[in-house]
Ligand binder design. Structure first.
Ligand code: DAT
Ligand code: MG
Length: 152
């Protein structure tokens, strides 16, 4: 709701396929503001914490293996309704259901290789993920020059 932050991450498949820059461009052009970014390889421990809500699912081991399999681009983006806008721009979890024009709908085919992660709209999800990946001093407060044209 209103101006907020969300956690978005280009997954290892997106990095390996050279799509990371495009994902950043789409978010920038939409008007969301990048306030933190980290190119990193996720540890097993961090993967299990990040996906803790799925620990009892049959796909959990495959999911944590995948997310730790190569570098990711972890990011924090800020803006009006940033969490919901991030989810809409990502598209549905299964690329088969993701509308063309969304990141998953334009770049993905397989549920287990769906290019991008984004915080869900459940209360506290974005804050939890941001805290998991970033220290406070790794997030930058600044104004983008176009803010007065993006917002009424
Ligand atoms: P999302 O990434 O859209 O938030 P989620 O939180 O339900 O989706 O699941 C996390 C990731 O786990 C998802 O991006 C892909 C994978 N996944 C989800 N459901 C799956 C399933 N039934 N089989 C295999 N992988 C699945
Ligand atoms: Mg999720």
């Amino acid at each position: 709701s209103d101006h907020e932050r969300t956690f978005l991450m280009v997954k290892p498949d997106g990095v390996q396929r050279g799509i990371a820059g495009d994902v950043v461009s789409r978010l920038e052009e939409r008007g969301l503001k990048l306030v933190g970014a980290k190119f990193m390889q996720i540890s097993q421990d961090l993967a299990e914490q990040h996906y803790a809500e799925h620990e009892d699912k049959p796909f959990f081991e495959g999911l944590t293996d995948f997310i730790t399999s190569g570098p990711v681009l972890a990011m924090v983006w800020e803006g009006q309704d940033a969490v919901a806008q991030g989810r809409r721009m990502m598209g549905a979890t299964d690329p088969l259901d993701a509308a063309p024009g969304t990141i998953r709908g334009d770049y993905g085919l397989d549920l287990g290789r769906n290019v991008i992660h984004g915080s869900d709209t459940e209360e506290g999800s974005a804050e939890r993920e941001i805290d998991l990946f970033f220290d406070d001093d790794e997030l930058v407060d600044y104004e983008r020059v176009d803010e007065s044209w993006l917002y009424e």
